[in-house]
Design a protein around this ligand. Structure first.
Ligand code: GEK
Length: 240
């Protein structure tokens, strides 16, 4: 379903939430709004296929409508995997369950409606958080990354994708412009882009690339690298 949520001019812009209305159009919204979104899903799938040895749980933090497990299921084919997706939007979890209901049983896929800050992760193999930590208040993000680190086995992997800022304001500004132009190319109008921006501004707080790398290192990860970057969207891989 096409995302037309911010198409008409509104008198008042409410804070963005992951409501039922958003969940219905989410797949279209994120593909047209996040540069490199599908490439990130495919790269996460390939990385997990390479790293995962079939033991333990793949935790997808902020799983939304289940794009990752659908892609994993296609890639893993005959190989089994165990996956838990967590999202604090009931509407997203409903959609995720519906989208994966016909996937094979040896792909053990579960969803939990809950807050990743409170979730008690056990038997973790790999954590994935694609464009989710940006919605965690800045003061709570480090603690969550530390928890992810603690719950991973030695050598375990955390794959994180985020909207980011650059250290230099000029680079931040040009990437912001390029992002805006990509959204226009995707058919969003000026009014749609500016109303969505206003709605999401307060709840999506990006860190700089450097601060994300620092946060991963300070949590204890032995290595933290970038594996995909498209303007102001960056994907990181951290290894314990
Ligand atoms: C994808 N990873 O398709 N606890 C649980 N879920 C949360 C929390 C929280 N504290 N805060 C936000 N979310 C997906 C895309 S979208 C990215 C992720 C975007 C959830 C929120 O409900 C939403 O579904 C998801 O994180 C972020 O690859 O909309 O830009």
């Amino acid at each position: 379903m096409k995302d037309e949520i911010y198409k008409n001019r509104r008198n008042r812009i409410e804070k963005f939430t992951f409501s039922k209305e958003v969940s219905q159009v989410f797949d279209d919204m994120i593909r047209r709004s996040v540069p490199g979104y599908l490439e990130n899903i495919f790269m996460c799938t390939d990385l997990i296929n390479e790293i995962y040895n079939g033991e333990g749980i793949l935790y997808d933090l902020g799983c939304s409508t289940a794009a990752l497990p659908i892609s994993l299921s296609e890639k893993f084919n005959e190989k089994p995997f165990t996956y838990t997706g967590i999202d604090n939007s009931e509407a997203m979890v409903d959609k995720a369950r519906n989208n994966t209901k016909n996937l094979p049983e040896h792909h053990n896929i579960q969803f939990v409606a809950g807050d990743i800050r409170e979730f008690d992760f056990s038997n973790a193999a790999i954590f994935i958080a694609s464009y989710t930590l940006q919605f965690i208040p800045p003061g709570e993000r480090e603690e969550l990354v530390k928890k992810i680190f603690d719950r991973l086995p030695p050598g375990g992997t955390f794959i994180m994708s985020e909207k980011v800022l650059e250290e230099h304001i000029q680079a931040t500004e040009i990437f912001k412009t390029m992002h805006y132009l990509l959204k226009k190319d995707q058919g969003y109008s000026d009014i749609e882009i500016s109303q969505k921006r206003e709605a999401i501004e307060e709840i999506l707080v990006p860190f700089t690339v450097e601060n994300n790398l620092k946060m991963l290192k300070e949590a204890g990860f032995a290595s933290a690298s970038i594996f995909l970057k498209k303007y102001n969207f960056t994907s990181f891989i951290a290894i314990k």
